[in-house]
Design a protein around this ligand. Sequence first.
Ligand code: GTP
Ligand code: MG
Length: 298
Amino acid sequence: MNFADRIKSFFGKAPVISDEFFDELTDLLVEGDFGAADAYKTAEVLRECCKKEKISSPENARQRLAALLEEELTGGTTAGAQTAGEPAFSPGRLTIVLLLGVNGVGKTTSAAKLAALYRDTHKLKPVMAAADTFRAAAVDQLKIHGERLGVRVVAHQQGGDPGAVVFDAIEAAQSGAGNVIIADTAGRMHTKSALVQELRKIDRIVESKSSGALYIKYLVLDATTGRNALAQASVFHEAVSLDGIILTKYDSTAKGGVVFSLVSQLHLPVRYLCTGEKYGDIQLFDPHLFAREFSGFD
Ligand SMILES: Nc1nc2c(ncn2[C@@H]2O[C@H](COP(=O)(O)OP(=O)(O)OP(=O)(O)O)[C@@H](O)[C@H]2O)c(=O)[nH]1
Ligand SMILES: [Mg+2]
């Protein structure tokens, strides 16, 4: 049974909403990748709402939970409100999207998905930058995507400076190759001590070459890693001040409670949700739908 179904069946089975009911709900939210503190707070707020609004049926309580979760994502009481949205594209202004993340989370796949999305939906002209110069096969992997999609890929030799690749892509874009750069980077361990320095270096280079451009940094997180995703986000965010999250492999997990912690603790909005390996398997994150689905509504 997936997690949304478990939420649904939990509410469905409860005869009445009691103190025990809210304790069990707290435990269930923790299993759904909520942090303990967030789970407790959410169950408490729901308890208060049910009392104040005289909600006594579990089914109505589930509706209320979905609304509460949506509020948590879109503002309500949370400072770092999740506003729906993509970068403020403008065809006349260059946009640079830098994708960061640990090994294997789906950075390269997401780069290709974004290139397709920005081209097909926003009518932009994408250029992909192969700034993963660390792994031998990484450049080829991005080039294959580029060929399949008909999108230009700017690449250097393996072992080169990732910042220089992005720099070349910016120059190419400025001389007419495109108006949105999507830069793939090497997978990095978030525990590695040199990480902060490496990230800051690439960020500095892009920042210094991107005057007049819109520069966006997305962290790619694998939804199946659960609470570990929050730890990763915290390290990367501290290093380079992220603009948002791309949550991948949401097809392989039905949990997603970590999204609420990303918003409530790090004030980091999730921007895209990826649900498969195909180019079209990317959607703009929709807080309403996400909260409904998390609560077991179809
Ligand atoms: N099911 C599923 N698989 C995905 C998704 N996104 C990526 N993958 C798969 O995850 C694996 C790793 O994806 P990559 O894009 O190579 O990940 P990466 O972060 O670039 O990896 P490194 O460059 O090695 O750090 C591949 O097999 C992808 O097809 C997704 O949303 N859903
Ligand atoms: Mg990669």
